[in-house]
Design a protein around this ligand. Structure first.
Ligand code: GDP
Length: 426
């Protein structure tokens, strides 16, 4: 068992990472979220029920697992305080013993969500497809050094001064640029009282905690949000998120900058889905899209919009595997394809008349068309299968074809959303 493992997305996000973290945490002591914020939506179904986690790491359902929100996270006190309350209300134990927040995580402030909404509105049809959770304004401010760290909550006088300085500056932008209402001092006070104060017992120096844990060879799992194609440096910029979603960033965003990750589990679906704007080469349209969307339960997402869908994209997936430096893969939602007679796979792109097998520069991506190959479907329910050798030959062939194309081993195959709907391969 590797000491440090990362679970990351290979495609556009929503690959089923949360359900894998929930499953795999039986072998780990600590789970750390290292980037992103309340825009994540990890659906988990286990013996306690069905949960949608936005900020809490998916290890919260295991009694002996410690869950850390690292310094790289966009810490939204409103979402987190509510999530903690909801889970506690459903009988899940959330205490400062099993949930820790880095004192160096920055707070997503009340104006970030407002600015996100206003900017998407201003962009009209040129919008980048934000989830409107304030993530882009948050990370812009963080790197502009206009952020408030979670640890500042313990210095109330300095904090109020700092918040007020930022508020005055932000109100100039809200009112003069967007013609919106300013944020009042009372609004900020209420936010501090109702959301931030509830989080204070969980805030601590998690770097010191993790360093000690690493020294004691405790098993650490880094949990990512979104997927490789949404990474701001390697994804389909500007239709990306604003924090690095790659495994390589996990040590930095977690508080263990020197950690070596021995195992990177890349998660991807048996078909493609993409939420939001941006080039999506093998997108199905019309009835074909409706059918796949329905089969995969992709009609609703956290933005309230249906996901865009298409067949598996082996070009994008191979690229995702490379940039994540995945050492093994998990294929999810294979059960969704069970009723299809034939299964298309996008094996190459056609760019200006030429077939290519590499993932091109974002501007070229917009001009690419998919080149398909089809494979025979298996036409039977596989959701109860737990052993590779019990999978129909056609399903095995599909998995093998993907594995060969992307150049990495698929160690786990998920055939249902429940914790144990999984086939492990050696
Ligand atoms: P994440 O953000 O990567 O954790 O993924 P999401 O939770 O947003 O999306 C994955 C969705 O697929 C959730 O609704 C899961 O319950 C569901 N899911 C995960 N794995 C499987 C699977 O193997 N089969 C089926 N049918 N559903 C799955």
């Amino acid at each position: 068992m590797a000491a440090c493992t990362a679970i990351v997305g290979i495609n556009w996000g929503d690959e089923g990472k949360g359900r894998m973290v929930d499953l795999l945490t039986e072998d780990f002591d600590i789970v750390v979220r290292f980037q992103g914020g309340g825009n994540a939506g990890h659906t988990i179904i286990n013996k306690y029920g069905k949960f949608d986690l936005h900020l809490l790491p998916a290890g919260v359902f295991r009694e002996n697992v410690v869950n850390v929100l690292g310094n790289g996270v966009a810490l939204d006190p409103e979402i987190l305080a509510k999530e903690i309350e909801d889970l506690q209300g459903r009988g899940i134990s959330i205490t400062p013993k099993n949930v820790m927040i880095s004192d160096r995580a920055s707070l997503l402030l009340p104006w970030h969500r407002k600015l996100d909404v206003l900017e998407e509105r201003r962009l009209k049809e040129k919008k980048t497809g934000s989830t409107k959770q304030g993530i882009a304004p948050f990370y812009s401010d963080k790197y502009q050094k206009k952020a408030v760290l979670a640890g500042e909550l313990f210095y109330p006088e300095k904090l109020r001064q700092h918040l007020n300085d930022l508020r005055v500056w932000k109100n100039m932008i809200l009112t003069n640029v967007y013609g919106a209402d300013p944020v009042s001092e009372e609004e900020l006070e209420a936010w501090l009282h109702n959301c931030c104060e509830k989080l204070m017992p969980f805030i601590r120096d998690t770097r010191a905690y993790l360093l000690e844990a690493e020294r004691n060879q405790r098993r650490i799992l880094f949990e990512a949000q979104l997927g490789a194609l949404r990474d701001p440096d390697y994804g389909i910029y500007p239709y990306t998120t604003s924090s690095n979603v790659l495994a390589a960033y996990a040590p930095i965003g977690s508080g263990l900058p020197g950690a070596k990750i021995d195992r990177v589990i890349g998660v991807f679906k048996a078909y493609s889905t993409c939420l939001g704007e941006g080039p999506f080469v093998c997108e199905f349209k019309g009835e074909e899209a409706e059918r796949l969307r329905k089969l995969g339960g992709e009609e609703y997402s956290m933005t309230g919009k249906p996901r865009r869908v298409g067949p598996i994209d082996l070009v994008a997936t191979r690229y995702g595997v490379q940039v994540q430096a995945a050492t093994e893969l998990t294929l999810t939602k294979l059960d969704v394809l069970s009723s299809l007679d034939e299964i298309p796979l996008c094996v190459r792109y056609r760019l200006r008349g030429e077939e290519i097998d590499y993932f091109p520069y974002p501007a070229d991506l917009e001009e690419c068309e998919p080149v398909y190959e089809t494979m025979k479907g298996w036409k039977c329910d596989i959701s109860g299968v737990r052993d590779w050798w019990d999978l129909p030959r056609e399903a095995q062939a599909y998995v093998n074809r993907i594995e060969n194309a992307v150049g990495q081993v698929i160690r786990c195959i998920s055939v249902g959303p429940e914790r144990h709907s999984i086939i492990r391969r050696g």
